[in-house]
Design a protein around this ligand. Structure first.
Ligand SMILES: CC(C)(COP(=O)(O)OP(=O)(O)OC[C@H]1O[C@@H](n2cnc3c(N)ncnc32)[C@H](O)[C@@H]1OP(=O)(O)O)[C@@H](O)C(=O)NCCC(=O)NCCS
Length: 178
């Protein structure tokens, strides 16, 4: 495996995050219900990055994956302010009533199965702990393929379901307490 680098980015990196996301979700285009990631524009990605942030995965300097995070809950703004002030540094802050929601996590097909996806989740988890979040949240697909086992292996548990395309649990809400 090459040298892995994960770095946090904001709206300025929208084009890179968009490109990495499209490469990561490319196989979803074959499914009956392709991921909505493939319908997002660079502008959509820029706006989403402004509501939280993103991570870019580079292997030997080449872009291979990405993910996004957003702050949710009553005290979401506290987490956002702490991120602005402390960046990636600092001791863990006191816990507040807010969570970090991970979305659009993806590794391009050729680079999968080498722990890169798990490493991005761990990177976001470490950030969430430092900022004082209660939990990590993620929405997993129940099919095309069923990703819930992957999130479960990362310590997430099912907390609810949302229907789409007439499939009651196609989006499964998952949570990991920090
Ligand atoms: C999910 C994803 C990010 C994982 O990335 P990755 O770099 O391959 O993940 P890791 O290498 O850290 O983990 C791979 C392990 O998970 C397992 N795994 C992969 N997909 C799985 C699934 N759907 N259910 C259960 N386990 C799964 C692999 O067998 C592998 O296990 P091993 O290490 O024992 O061989 C990647 O498959 C991906 O980009 N998928 C397309 C986009 C997507 O669906 N994103 C999730 C949004 S909910």
């Amino acid at each position: 495996m090459g040298e892995r680098r994960i770095r946090r980015v904001g709206p300025e990196a929208a084009a890179e995050v968009h490109a990495a996301m499209r490469a990561g979700f490319v196989d979803s285009a074959r499914y009956a219900h392709p991921s909505s990631a493939l319908r997002e524009s660079v502008e959509d990605v820029r706006a989403a990055l402004g509501r939280g942030g993103g991570v870019l995965l580079e292997i030997d300097g080449a872009l291979r994956g990405s993910g996004r995070f957003a702050f949710v809950g009553e005290e979401a703004e506290v987490l956002a302010a702490r991120l602005r002030e402390a960046g990636d540094e600092g001791a863990p802050a006191p816990r507040v009533e807010a969570d970090v929601a991970i979305s659009r996590l993806a590794v391009e097909p050729e680079a999968r199965g080498q722990g890169h996806g798990a490493a991005m989740v761990e990177w976001i988890e470490a950030l969430a702990r430092r900022l004082g979040a209660r939990a990590l949240l993620a929405d997993a697909r129940s099919q095309q393929p069923d990703n819930r086992g992957w999130w479960r292996a990362r310590g997430f548990e099912v907390i609810g379901y949302a229907p789409r395309y007439g499939i009651p649990d196609i989006r499964t809400h998952m949570r990991k307490t920090l």
